[in-house]
Design a protein around this ligand. Structure first.
Ligand code: ADP
Length: 239
C-alpha cells in the first residue's frame, strides 16, 4: 500500500504540492488526472525519490520513502516510466528486457545470467504480448509495441508499484484497448498508478480516479463521479 500524508513540495516559494493526502491500496489501478501544472509529475517524482518533499510523509509497504535515493526506492519495488523513452533501439526486444532485469542485480551476476532467459523476462514478454518480437530489433517496433516494451522493462525489474506517465499517448484505438487490458491485468498482482488525460480511455478502463488541481487533491472517486463533479468540470474539462 502507498500512503502519502500532507505532502508539500515547494520550488522557490511556489507550492507545487500543497498538502497532498493519497492512499492507494495494494493491487489497485489508480488513475491520476488534472490540468497542466496540477502537480502530477511532481507527485510521481516525490514517490520515486527524484524530488524531496519539504514536509509530509510517503510510505510504501512498511517503508518511509522520504530521504531515500532513487535507486534505493527502485530496490524497494517502485518502478516508473518517463515520457522520454528508455528503449535501446539497437538491441532486440529480449535484450532490452534482459538489461532492465539486470539493473536490480549485482554486476557479478551478469556473467551467470547468460544461461537462459530469466523468469522475470519471460513473464514480461508474455504479459506484454511481445513473444513473437523477442528477437526483433527494438528499432522496428511500432509506437504502441515500444510502449509495451517499456512497460515490460519495468515488469522485468519485478516492481510492486508501477507509475506510468501517459502510456497510451499517441497510440491507435486498438493499441489503447490492448493497453487498457494490459494495465488491468498487471493490477491483478501489482499496484499501478497511471497519469492519463484521455477521458474516453478512463471511461473504458479506470475504476478509480484522483483529480489533482493546484497541488491539492480536488476529488477522488469513480470516473462517473469525478466527471460529474462540477469542480472537476470547471478546472479540468474547462466547462
Ligand atoms: P503536471 O505534471 O500536473 O503538469 P508538474 O508536477 O509538472 O505538473 O508541475 C506542477 C507545478 O510545479 C507547475 O507550476 C510547474 O511549473 C512547477 N514545477 C515543477 N517542477 C519544477 C521545478 N523543478 N522548479 C520550479 N517549478 C517547478
Amino acid at each position: 500500500m502507498l500512503e502519502l500524508r500532507d505532502v508539500q513540495v515547494v520550488f522557490d516559494g511556489f507550492r507545487a504540492l500543497d498538502g497532498v493526502d493519497l492512499t492507494v491500496p495494494e493491487g489497485e489501478l489508480r488513475f491520476l488526472i488534472g490540468p497542466n501544472g496540477a502537480g502530477k509529475t511532481t507527485l510521481i517524482d516525490v514517490i520515486t525519490g527524484l524530488t524531496r518533499p519539504a514536509s509530509g510523509s510517503v510510505r510504501f509497504g512498511g517503508d518511509d520513502l522520504v530521504g531515500r535515493k532513487e535507486h534505493q526506492i527502485v530496490r524497494l519495488g517502485v518502478g516508473r516510466t518517463f515520457q522520454t523513452s528508455v528503449v535501446f533501439e539497437e538491441l532486440t526486444v529480449l535484450e532490452n528486457l534482459d538489461l532492465a532485469a539486470s539493473f536490480r542485480k549485482p554486476l557479478w551476476s551478469l556473467t551467470r545470467r547468460r544461461k537462459g532467459v530469466s523468469e522475470a523476462v519471460e513473464e514480461a514478454l508474455a504479459r506484454t504480448g511481445l513473444e513473437e518480437l523477442a528477437g526483433s530489433s527494438a528499432g522496428v517496433l511500432s509506437h504502441g509495441q515500444r510502449q509495451w516494451l517499456e512497460i515490460g522493462m519495468l515488469l522485468a525489474q519485478r516492481p510492486r508499484l508501477l507509475l506510468l506517465d501517459e502510456p497510451v499517448a499517441g497510440m491507435s484505438k486498438d493499441e489503447r484497448e490492448r493497453t487498457g487490458e494490459l494495465l488491468t491485468q498487471i493490477a491483478d498482482d501489482h499496484t499501478v498508478i497511471v497519469v492519463e488525460h484521455d477521458m474516453d480511455f478512463l471511461r473504458r478502463h479506470a475504476s478509480k480516479v484522483t483529480v489533482l488541481h493546484e497541488g491539492k487533491v480536488l476529488v477522488e472517486g469513480s470516473v462517473e463521479q469525478v466527471s460529474a463533479d462540477p469542480r472537476v468540470q470547471e478546472v479540468y474539462l474547462g466547462r
